[in-house]
Design a protein around this ligand. Structure first.
Ligand SMILES: [Zn+2]
Ligand SMILES: [Zn+2]
Length: 172
């Protein structure tokens, strides 16, 4: 699997628009936390900023490596605690099948759905590693829920992960 090199938002030259997007997303996250009485601490903000600067999801250890460039003594619990917080506040998602994390892309666009309605779907490219969060169609979601109910099973709001090839890799 060939992946793009990781970018450090505070060292690498980022385009103005990418930097603007990151700033907007961080400002949105701060507001979101304030509205929910949650503390958006420096460590939480930095972990989110590192994730926002990537074009791909990161594992906790990749995050730790990037974090250590700013905070040489950072330990795994720092990253895990920040990730826990960011996930509880739906600012970050965990991709189970690759054990990695990526920022929720609904945060930017102002239509972040209500907590119980947020049931994302991820399209994961097995060739380049691209991971996209896309909304799960309401009818499909209902069909899945009803089908599980036939077995007396209540589906929780776990994201769906679909593996395959992205548009660019299909053309290659
Ligand atoms: Zn999301
Ligand atoms: Zn791809």
């Amino acid at each position: 699997m060939s992946r793009a090199p990781l970018t450090d938002p505070e060292h690498a030259p980022v385009s103005d628009s990418a930097a603007g997007d990151t700033e907007r997303a961080l400002a949105h996250a701060a507001e979101h936390c304030e509205a929910h009485g949650a503390r958006f601490t420096k460590a939480r903000r930095r972990v989110l900023a590192l994730l926002l600067a990537q074009q791909q999801p990161l594992t906790a250890y990749q995050l730790l490596d990037l974090l250590r460039e700013h905070q040489p003594g950072a330990q795994p619990p720092t990253v895990y605690r920040a990730l826990d917080f960011l996930m509880r506040n739906e600012l970050v998602h965990r991709i189970e099948s690759t054990n990695s994390y990526l920022p929720c892309n609904h945060q930017h666009c102002g239509h972040h759905p209500a907590r119980d309605a947020h049931w994302p779907q991820f399209l994961l490219c097995d060739s380049c590693g691209e991971t996209r969060e896309v909304p799960l169609d309401g009818a499909l979601r209902q069909a899945l829920t009803l089908q599980a109910r036939d077995y007396g099973f209540e589906v929780g709001a776990r994201p769906l992960e679909l593996h395959g090839l992205c548009a660019a890799c299909r053309k290659a």
